[in-house]
Design a protein around this ligand. Structure first.
Ligand SMILES: CC(C)(COP(=O)(O)OP(=O)(O)OC[C@H]1O[C@@H](n2cnc3c(N)ncnc32)[C@H](O)[C@@H]1OP(=O)(O)O)[C@@H](O)C(=O)NCCC(=O)NCCS
Length: 374
């Protein structure tokens, strides 16, 4: 047996996928063969969600049907609203999202049916309901009345509406849509691998997505977009940025929003998101974070040759849109549900239990003493 340890599964290819392809050598990312930036330019988020789940872009009839189903499934049960209402107000919204999806699994009549058809129906229900659960908590913890979803609004418009009671300018909605498209899927990242690992024991989709949310919460994964904002708020003014970043690097701190396991010379999603960050900053007439962004980025590249990942521009963009910082990763969740679901179905279709080995390094052959002798 080869007992060479590959910590973090670094460089290990564990399975095949048709969902997306990350190509660091040419700085590209494709979903089902389409370049993510082309999808951002030509599509609304719902079209990309359909693509990821159904393997092809929808025609207008297919899109209409998909949107109708999504809109009709947005509402939560009275039970789930009550559970969210009783959650501690100080809960992290990622924990609320995780618990909400878990409760959806308790309530779903098809939980134990993991056929492809049932998984498609359940994926759509989780996709439609999770934004409602997150927005409900957004309102509740501020002591505001919950705003129920509105069927006449698109996925992104409806999320703004449920959080803020109104839909912002078209350009802001587009920037949000673009962020969701860029967050939707990214091959075998930690949370997707978690979802696939859970699925590999033939567990259900609600459990796999619940586990994926827990995994996404960590600051080395989805939680980075929140950490970026904490950093930018600490820096406060562009005049402080140079000193702050140089000191952070002198102290060998990890700078959030930079670096990537796969992309080593730039994240292919960053240029598109950077462009929309700029548009949002212009509409909001607030360029402070853009200036901080540029200074920190320049120093990171110059001193460390480490480039930003997509969480670097999404953090300040969501801030300018008006979202509380701890809701940034839950926004990532509402998008990534599409990618996770596609991977869960792919895993089911050609399943092999995921069960790696470990090299044991503990003590050996210890004699068990009776309790009164220890
Ligand atoms: C994403 C991340 C976990 C990738 O990790 P990885 O592939 O295991 O790479 P490593 O952590 O081993 O990094 C390699 C080197 O670059 C340095 N490095 C990587 N990212 C860094 C960062 N954001 N800030 C400062 N140094 C960084 C490491 O300290 C390490 O240096 P060393 O060789 O001197 O020890 C890592 O870059 C990171 O922690 N980034 C910040 C969190 C983040 O933004 N996550 C979102 C990812 S989309």
């Amino acid at each position: 047996m080869n007992d060479e340890v590959k910590k973090g599964l670094l460089g290990i290819v564990v399975d095949e996928t048709e969902v997306s392809k990350v190509m660091p050598e040419i700085n590209s990312l494709t979903y089902r063969g389409y370049a993510a930036q082309d999808l951002c330019a030509a599509c609304r988020f719902e079209e990309v969600a359909y693509l990821i789940l159904n393997k092809d872009l929808p025609n207008s009839i297919q899109l209409k049907k998909f949107e109708k189903e999504e809109r009709e499934n947005r509402e939560l049960t009275k039970n789930l609203y009550e559970i969210i209402n009783h959650m501690p107000k100080k809960s992290h919204p990622m924990d609320v999202a995780r618990t909400a999806v878990s409760v959806m699994g308790l309530e779903d009549k098809e939980t134990s049916n993991s056929s492809h058809e049932a998984n498609m129906r359940k994926a759509l229900r989780i996709f439609a309901k999770t934004p409602t659960a997150i927005a409900a908590f957004y309102r509740i913890r501020k002591g505001k009345k919950i705003i129920k979803p509105k069927k006449t609004l698109s996925f992104s418009e409806n999320f703004f509406y449920m959080c803020f009671g109104k839909v912002p300018e078209k350009e802001i909605v587009k920037a949000f849509d673009v962020s969701l498209i860029l967050y939707a899927e990214h091959s075998f990242n930690v949370s997707t691998f978690t979802a696939r690992t859970i699925t590999s024991s033939l567990s259900d989709i609600h459990g796999a997505i619940t586990g994926a949310i827990a995994s996404l919460k960590g600051p080395l994964h989805g939680g980075a977009n929140e950490e970026v904002m904490h950093m930018m708020k600490k820096i406060k003014k562009p005049e402080n940025a140079l000193k702050w970043i140089n000191e952070a690097l002198d102290k060998k701190h990890v700078v959030m929003g930079f670096g990537h396991r796969v992309y080593k010379s730039g994240d292919s999603r960053v240029p598109t998101m950077r462009e929309y960050f700029k548009k949002v900053a212009k509409i909001k007439k607030d360029k402070i974070f853009e200036k901080i962004y540029d200074i920190v980025e320049k120093v990171m590249i110059k001193r460390k040759n480490i480039y930003p990942n997509v969480d670097y521009p999404t953090g300040p963009t969501y801030h300018l849109m008006g979202f509380d910082t701890d809701f940034f990763t839950p926004i990532f969740v509402i998008s990534r549900i599409t990618g996770w679901s596609a991977h869960i179905m792919e895993q089911h279709a050609a399943n092999k239990l995921i069960r790696p080995l470990a090299k044991y390094k503990g003590s050996t052959h210890r004699k068990v003493l009776q309790l009164n002798q220890r």
